[in-house]
Write a protein that binds this ligand. Structure first.
Ligand code: UD1
Ligand code: CA
Length: 462
């Protein structure tokens, strides 16, 4: 029996108070619906059908190519959503149909595996995930008979006072026998407090027909739905911890798993050390023995083996093996630091490559520059790359010594083994091996301190 998955994602998510369709909000850098898709893939779903409605164009544009979607133009309820999906899937009478929600990002394949296992022994009409929670407000409640058999689900808004005391909630995650599901969907009505076609009524209908059902209690962490910004933050916290624990399991040292933010697409080699306050956004790669943090914000960047980065921002850049960055460096974008090089304290770089063992140690801005191996950029040196209209590049060779506070007015080049004097404003190319100095002659006024002292005394006497 093939497993086909339906992911309901047409709702507006009013409580998010956001223009972004709810299921596109991110948890650990991945959209909620992508997490649910990943869980469906883990259990080998042969087809995945996402029901879109609110913001359908945006949602569809963000779906992977091999995932299908169908439009639920009007959101008439979860039962209606599944009706449309089943129509789009075609004949599902010999399939098992997983029904998932796009707003449960914490769901993992393992929970779905236990749901599908119910179909290995016997042929239930449905298997559903439930959870016992202290505050079930808002959720549908699972109704069982004295023998413990599931007899139905009642929505919070339709529940009697007695039913509201039930703490076992319907997770909204199901596996259905395709044939029974198709039949039951046709019989749904919207005769309830919300005037919606409830998918949950299928469960009651199966029970009335005496069809076998299985309800599996799972961890609330797996099935928590995200309906507000607060829920989104909670989900991120759970996911953050999950990702950190998984990495620690492989031998990554993490100082405090509650104080690191590691995106789902980030990979970190065993032996790396991650201090508190580190954010890895987008797709980052970290090599073994690297020491990142405290307080580093990194986005789409690579960190080589043995690199050390602290109190810095690194975007869209490649930090090579044994490179040192910070404290307080900003690699804005397009920066390549080759092995053994250094971008030190209060250094900003953009679209710049720094050769092996080269150093920019203090208080510099290097933009649109290439800097050769073993070159030393003195404190306070700056590439003046912008003439008010356009950006220009600076080429600095290998083994160059750029004096402190040198202004390199681009476009300009400094040849291999050349030097510039401290405080020079370099506007013309410097030949290899030359020393370029540009500064006015120093004046000295002897006895100046005495002159000042005399004026001070005169002022006091007045
Ligand atoms: C639903 C369940 C409830 C369960 C809860 C778990 C029903 C009637 N109730 O309630 O028993 O405890 O989930 O989180 O199923 N959606 C559509 N089209 C629609 C309506 C909803 O695609 O017409 C989507 C939503 O975008 C969402 C999911 O279905 O992703 C669940 O809908 P939602 O309105 O959040 O259902 P709940 O009231 O939370
Ligand atoms: Ca919900």
């Amino acid at each position: 029996m093939a497993v086909k998955a339906v992911i309901m994602a047409a709702g507006q998510g009013t409580r998010m108070k956001s223009d972004l369709p709810k299921v596109l909000h991110q948890v650990a850098g991945r959209s909620m619906v992508d997490w649910v898709i990943a869980a469906a893939r883990q259990v080998g779903a042969t087809q995945i059908m996402v029901v879109v409605g609110h913001g359908s164009d945006t949602v569809t544009a963000n779906l992977p190519d091999d995932v299908d979607s169908c439009l639920q133009a009007e959101q008439l309820g979860t039962g209606h959503a599944v009706q449309i999906a089943v129509e789009a899937l075609g004949d599902v009478s010999s399939d098992t149909v997983l029904v998932l929600s796009g707003d449960t990002p914490l769901l993992q394949g393992s929970s779905l595996t236990s749901l599908l296992a119910a179909f290995d022994d016997g042929r239930p009409a449905a298997a559903l995930l439930t959870a016992d929670i202290d505050d079930p407000t808002g959720y549908g409640r699972v109704l069982r008979d004295v023998a413990g058999q599931v007899v139905g689900i009642v929505e919070h808004k339709d529940a009697t006072d007695a039913q509201l005391t039930v703490n076992e909630i319907n997770a909204g995650i199901y596996a259905f026998d395709g044939k029974q599901l198709s039949i039951a969907l046709n019989d749904l009505t919207n005769d309830n407090s919300q005037g919606e076609y409830y998918l949950t009524d299928v469960v009651g209908s199966f029970s009335d027909q005496g069809l076998p059902m299985v309800a599996i209690r799972t961890d609330f962490d797996q099935v928590a739905g995200v309906n507000s910004q607060a829920h989104l933050a909670d989900a991120n916290q759970v996911m953050r911890r999950r990702i950190a624990l998984e990495l620690m399991e492989t031998g990554v040292w993490i100082q405090d798993p509650d104080q690191v933010f590691i995106s789902a697409e980030t990979s970190i080699e065993p032996g790396a050390r991650i201090f508190a306050g580190v954010h890895f956004m987008g797709r980052c790669e970290v090599g073994s023995e690297a020491q990142i943090g405290p307080d580093v914000f990194a986005d789409d960047s690579r960190f080589g083996k043995g690199s050390m980065v602290s109190y810095s921002v690194v975007r869209n850049s490649a930090v090579g093996d044994r490179v040192s960055v910070g404290p307080y460096a900003s690699l804005r974008s397009g920066v390549v630091l080759e092995a053994g090089s250094k971008a030190g304290t209060f250094v900003e770089m953009k679209n710049t490559s720094l050769g092996q063992e080269a150093t920019v140690a203090h208080l510099s801005y290097m933009g649109d520059a290439t800097i050769g191996a073993n070159t030393n950029i003195g404190a306070g040196a700056i590439t003046c790359n912008y003439d008010g209209v356009e950006k220009h590049s600076t080429e600095i060779g290998a083994r160059v010594l750029i004096g402190s506070d040198t202004m390199l007015v681009a476009p300009v080049s400094v040849g291999d083994d050349a030097m510039t004097g401290a405080g020079s404003t370099i506007t013309r190319n410097v030949a290899p091996g030359s020393l370029a100095v540009e500064r006015s002659a120093q004046r000295e006024i002897a006895g100046y301190a005495d002159r000042i002292g005399k004026r001070r005394r005169e002022k006091e006497e007045r």
